[in-house]
Design a protein around this ligand. Sequence first.
Ligand code: UFG
Length: 330
Amino acid sequence: MRVLVTGGAGYIGSVTARVLSDRGHEVEILDNFSTGHREAVLPGARLHEGSLLDDIFLAGVFERAFDAVLHFAAFSLIGESVADPERYYHNNVTGSAQLLKAVSGTGVARFIFSSSAAVYGESDTPHLTEASPTAPVNPYGQTKLTMEGLLRTAAETLDMRAVALRYFNACGAMGELGEDHTPETHLIPCLLRSLLEPDASFSIYGDDYPTPDGTCIRDYIHVVDLAEAHVLALEGVDRPGLEILNLGTETGSSVREVIDTTAVVTGLDIDPLVAPRRSGDPSRLVAGSELARERLGWRPGRSDLTTIIGDAWAWHRAHPRGYADKSMGR
Ligand code: UFG
């Protein structure tokens, strides 16, 4: 299939573009490089450089015929979304609405959307299923939920087969492709960077949560497993309208467990500070992902903490200052 990957220079988009290409799909990338990295663009892929907010640019992109769109392009930092919700709504929601408008009538039959567990918010259930209530606790999650709503309407109106994949905690790396956000706020890259910078420290945000060791529990899912779910969704989706699937391992790991595994994988001593809780962090988010297994035949095979941290550590050692600096590896 000829597929357009929006946000294909970003973390999950770039890995998915690579896996799609390896599977024989013809991949084209759309990115405005506001948060993406040129080094992450699939070599040889046609690049459409521009913004989803630019309807003239988009109309030009869709002069080419695509079988499918995989839509990753979005701002994705929860803290930023709390500080500037209007910017998040404009970029994520208006951008997606423009994209769906541009897709209309072009023959795009399949649409895979990068959604998030952030649509659920705080919950007492051990495993969040697709039927769990949606109640986002931050504007980022609200934008993802609104985007799902837009997609549902578009899929029904345009007779498109659409899937929204709700990721839990994406992590890990794939060879030359890794995780590099500015600012970096995610647990594993923050922890690994702190080990590579002599004067850096690492803080646990709260150890007084109602969990066995007091630190927050998350469901960490390797970015390659996520990418493979996109390929399966693209190739396997057969129902018109919108399907929603959680992507997680169904296993929770605490912040302390991630730190302990990191110490083993890197062979380094880690002496974390304990800081106050970070606002907006639910104590536990773990996926029920039975539906993705059933509908896609998806089995995450790389999402044990040792593999995730080993792959991420290899990437961070090769890129201690992210994509901008590849010369400082040790
Ligand atoms: N944490 C620390 N110290 C740090 C960074 C993070 O203790 O320096 C803790 C957080 O408080 C949290 C856990 O590590 O308890 C995971 O935090 P991340 O920032 O890595 O991830 P989040 O669970 O906050 O958010 C992630 C994605 C979001 C997505 C959400 C849905 O980043 O995009 O999962 O579950 F929406």
